[in-house]
Design a protein around this ligand. Structure first.
Ligand SMILES: Cc1cc2nc3c(=O)[nH]c(=O)nc-3n(C[C@H](O)[C@H](O)[C@H](O)COP(=O)(O)OP(=O)(O)OC[C@H]3O[C@@H](n4cnc5c(N)ncnc54)[C@H](O)[C@@H]3O)c2cc1C
Length: 473
């Protein structure tokens, strides 16, 4: 085990991909095996030292940033222990990209990886990550078969899927703990907000998405699928947004079984891609779709583009053009972040998803703010899953205050529409007030109770999901 206590060596563990700036800790333990994790957690319990688990540090909500105590980094727990045709057993610190390459070498695929492939598999499980193929295949939750975890109280437990279920009273009884699930129900849409809860749920689903608050995940077993068949990508540049919902509805009705993803970029988003793709036609918004490679299908898509008078259609069907289309999709968040970082502007970013029947209403609501607030905005993302990222870029204090009000209004609207405040990025240390709005004070109290079941001294992932002061009320 490597122990870092020198301030300069610790600094990189006090940041992730969020703007959270309140990081602080005394030491970082870089563990090399599970036994070391058990010892650290047990010692921390004896001395009441708070612990924060650090994965790849790509999170966007400050989850791995400690506010006090010590950090346990799983970066050296990085063995791909076993990989075969159906499943893989991985240490929590395996970098997702390495896993994808290994799976590909035996013609297998792990579908729910996030766009940021430097994340660790343990981080993905802890945030219930989803990615470019979640439209077709779902999020991480669906692929986790088993978790090994050192609970916050210092006990090594193994939780396979399909073994421990909530009974009709909402209790999950095991030989290592009994837990009462929350009375709220997680909305049945893309969601990574707080502890998962559903009638008769499986215990493993409580751990998935718990953002490091219940224990240290040391190992996971995940399901693999066959390597994907050949695919092409098409990007349709439509002349404005007036027919976007008509287009969306037609695509979902006619093409869904052959689609792997469906993304949207508004005109303001396309501005940030022009430096890399100057041929983007002006005054357009874009739909990006990945589909089974089939010449007849491609022709049908082209007919659709004519019907909607697309100003241009790009096709990525050979390896070079396909990769260029992938770059198009990946560059956007990077370019947006770089542009505003340079200007010293902090973005305010919404990660809301709602049920399909209410999606149009939510987008209409966003649009009122884009048009009337005077604040620069972009709207892009996973339109196939009714999940768009609405980002605001306030330039001064007045706009900052207004952006915060807009954020709050959008959250209220999303909740009134049966949505979630965090579809993929989690809550971490920055979205608690909205989690509370989503699940009420009672729901938060239930989360506190659950945390204490796993972590009796309330040491793990302090201030993730809810302020740690609630643990000691
Ligand atoms: C450019 C960019 C694109 C992104 N795209 C996506 C996307 O498409 N989809 C998506 O879902 N997310 C996306 N993200 C967010 C991020 O990649 C995911 O949340 C990812 O799952 C975080 O993994 P990580 O290993 O980096 O975790 P970290 O940031 O290190 O930690 C995240 C949380 O998990 C906890 N944790 C980490 N490891 C463990 C463990 N072993 N045991 C217990 N708790 C643990 C931490 O304490 C923390 O609360 C993106 C981020 C960036 C910067």
């Amino acid at each position: 085990m490597i122990v870092k206590e020198n301030r300069d060596e610790i600094l990189s563990y006090l940041e992730d991909s969020s703007n959270f700036s309140g990081g602080n800790c005394d030491s970082v333990y870089i563990v090399e095996n599970e036994q070391e994790v058990i010892e650290i957690v047990q010692t921390a319990n004896a001395k009441k030292i708070p612990l924060t688990v650090s994965g790849g540090g790509t999170g966007t909500v400050g989850g791995r940033i400690p506010v006090e105590g010590s950090v346990i980094s799983v970066e050296k727990l990085n063995r791909i222990i076993d990989i075969n045709k159906d499943r893989a057993i991985l240490d929590a610190g395996v970098i997702v990209n390495n896993f994808l390459v290994e799976a590909d070498s035996i013609s297998k695929f792990y579908p729910p990886f996030p766009t940021e492939r430097n994340a660790f598999i343990g981080g993905n499980v802890s945030t219930n990550a989803s990615g470019e193929y979640s439209f077709r295949f779902g999020s991480t939750r669906k692929y986790v078969l088993k978790i090994r975890m050192v609970t916050g109280s210092g006990k090594l437990v193994e939780i396979p899927r399909g073994k421990f279920f909530a009974n009709e009273k909402g209790e999950i009884k095991t030989d290592f703990l009994n837990v009462q699930i929350p009375s709220y129900v997680t909305p049945p849409i893309k969601c990574s907000a707080g502890y998962y809860s559903a009638p008769n749920m499986d215990l493993i689903d409580l751990i998935i998405g718990a953002e490091g608050t219940l224990g240290v995940i040391t190992q996971v077993e995940v399901m693999l699928i066959d390597k994907l068949p050949e695919r092409f990508i098409m990007i349709f540049f439509l002349p404005g947004e007036s027919r976007m919902f008509e287009f969306l509805s037609e695509v979902k009705t006619s093409f869904i079984k052959d689609m792997y993803n469906l993304e949207f970029f508004d005109q303001a988003s396309l501005f940030f891609l022009k430096q890399d793709f100057p041929e983007i036609p002006s005054d357009t918004c874009a739909f990006y779709v990945e589909s089974t490679d089939n010449i007849e299908l491609m022709e049908q898509w082209l007919q659709l583009s004519e019907k909607y008078q697309a100003k241009d259609v790009w096709v990525g069907s050979d390896p070079k053009s396909y990769q260029r289309m992938i770059d198009f999709r990946h560059r956007l968040p990077e370019n947006i972040n770089a542009y505003f970082r340079k200007l010293g502007i902090t973005k305010i970013s919404l990660d809301i998803a709602v049920p399909e029947k209410n999606f149009r209403e939510l987008v209409g609501f966003y649009r009122e703010f884009s048009e009337c607030s005077g604040i620069r905005t972009v709207l892009f993302g996973h339109i196939g899953e009714n999940h768009l990222h609405f980002n605001l870029f306030p330039v001064d204090d007045r706009e900052k205050a207004l952006a915060k009000q807009i954020y709050l209004s959008c959250v209220e609207k999303a909740l009134s529409l049966g949505g979630t405040i965090a579809a993929e990025h989690g809550i971490g240390k920055i979205k608690y007030p909205y989690l509370r709005m989503m699940y009420t004070d009672n729901g938060i109290k239930e989360m506190v109770r659950i945390k204490k079941t796993f972590d009796s001294n309330g040491l793990m992932g302090r201030n993730n999901l809810f302020p740690s002061s609630l643990l000691f009320e």
